[in-house]
Write a protein that binds this ligand. Structure first.
Ligand code: SF4
Ligand code: SF4
Length: 375
């Protein structure tokens, strides 16, 4: 495993385990046994950074993270947790929320604590509620060792928040496709200038960059036929020296082994490889319909629409050109297809990618039904 010096003087593995995309059993429940094996494998192979939040599986992620990590010496891993301000409405609730986090994680301090998924609205809520003072108090008492924020909004908001105080670290969505959305390249550069080290989330854009059709990744295959698509995405990030930890939401053992191997064997991209990434990026951007990451923050839809599934089918149809196959999947969505959107707007309010979900659903339904009707 390769490590980087981080924050005050920690040595973090360049691969972090994102505890938010767990393996499932056939009945849809979390496969806890497999999850534990995956975490054990990662830990035993040097991964020492584990990232959770209360909103991941509604407490379950924190509980499982605490349960699995508690068998290891406390000073052998770093655990990250978050204040998801949208589920907290007063300082009393915050106090209960934070103390519950310590209890669920089975720890008496949290190594890295983030103000979660900040945007203009959540940032204002944190300041107006006095939540910042509460968190800083925990930080000064050493119950939080390092204080940072994670971010989903425009660059201007990022600039405002990152300059608010001297943060120990910051977490942004970044990958070779998302260089000009949210914080993007400009945010990366600003963080570097300010001496704020980065944790990266969505390195594969919600898995999209691991499941690209062959036609999009010929450039990669020509250079290294054996490297996984995930390996390319991770190496692109690790080649940037201020990306200290890249989080991967691993959901099966195969991914875990592949990610760990990538972190063990990492070497920066060569110029030729950087050019290949640029070409692949161009091909994806030209073909994809929208930038849904499949994060599911918009779910459940009160009218039963499976929003990420609709967008995945739409994007995969566009990327592969295999309309027959993808549009058939659309017809199998039945009550969960885009035509059931009642335009209530609740999904758009929480989408970290600021997608125009309502109009995109209408567009995809029209595109697919037109195709089917005109066959
Ligand atoms: S706007 Fe449409 S898709 Fe979004 S939550 Fe409302 S009904 Fe569901
Ligand atoms: S529509 Fe937005 S919130 Fe929903 S899965 Fe896609 S990116 Fe996530």
């Amino acid at each position: 495993m390769q490590y980087r010096k981080f924050a005050k003087n920690d040595h973090v593995s360049i691969l972090g385990f994102g505890m938010m995309r767990f393996p499932n059993k056939e009945d849809g429940s979390i496969d806890e046994e497999l999850l534990e094996k995956m975490v054990d494998y990662a830990y035993e192979n040097g991964v020492n950074y584990f990232d959770t939040a209360q909103v991941y599986y509604n407490d379950k992620s924190e509980i499982l993270t605490g349960k699995i990590l508690s068998k290891y010496p406390r000073n052998s891993y770093y655990v990250t947790d978050k204040l998801s301000i949208w589920v907290v409405n007063s300082l009393e609730e915050l106090d209960e929320f934070f103390n519950n986090q310590l209890r669920k994680l089975q720890v008496d301090y949290i190594d890295y604590y983030l103000l979660h998924a900040l945007n203009k609205e959540y940032w204002e809520k944190i300041i107006n509620m006095g939540a910042m003072d509460y968190i800083v108090d925990k930080y000064e008492k050493g119950i939080i060792k390092n204080l940072g924020f994670s971010f989903h909004d425009d660059y201007e908001t990022f600039e405002k928040i990152i300059k608010y105080r001297k943060w120990d670290f910051c977490q942004i969505q970044y990958n070779y496709l998302d260089t000009e959305v949210q914080a993007g390249d400009r945010g990366y550069k600003l963080a570097e200038e300010l001496g704020v080290e980065l944790v990266i989330m969505e390195p594969n854009k919600g898995g999209l960059l691991c499941r690209l059709p062959e036609i999009c990744v010929e450039e990669f295959k020509n250079i290294n036929p054996d490297a996984s698509q995930a390996n390319w995405a991770l190496r692109w990030l690790w080649s940037k020296t201020n990306c200290k930890v890249v989080l991967s939401g691993m959901s099966d053992m195969e991914q875990t082994i592949d990610n760990v191997n990538s972190a063990n064997l990492f070497e920066p991209l060569t110029e030729v490889e950087q050019e290949a990434v640029k070409k692949v990026r161009k091909a994806i951007l030209a073909a994809q319909r929208n930038g849904c990451t499949g994060c599911e923050y918009c779910m459940p839809c009160p009218f039963g629409v499976n929003i990420p599934r609709n967008f995945r089918i739409w994007n995969m149809g566009a990327l592969t050109g295999n309309y027959e196959k993808e549009w058939k999947r659309y017809s199998q969505l039945a009550d969960a297809d885009a035509s059931h959107c009642m335009q209530c707007g609740s999904c758009e309010a929480v989408c970290p990618q600021s997608l125009n979900i309502i109009s995109d659903l209408a567009s995809l339904h029209k595109e697919i039904t037109d195709y089917i009707n005109n066959k």
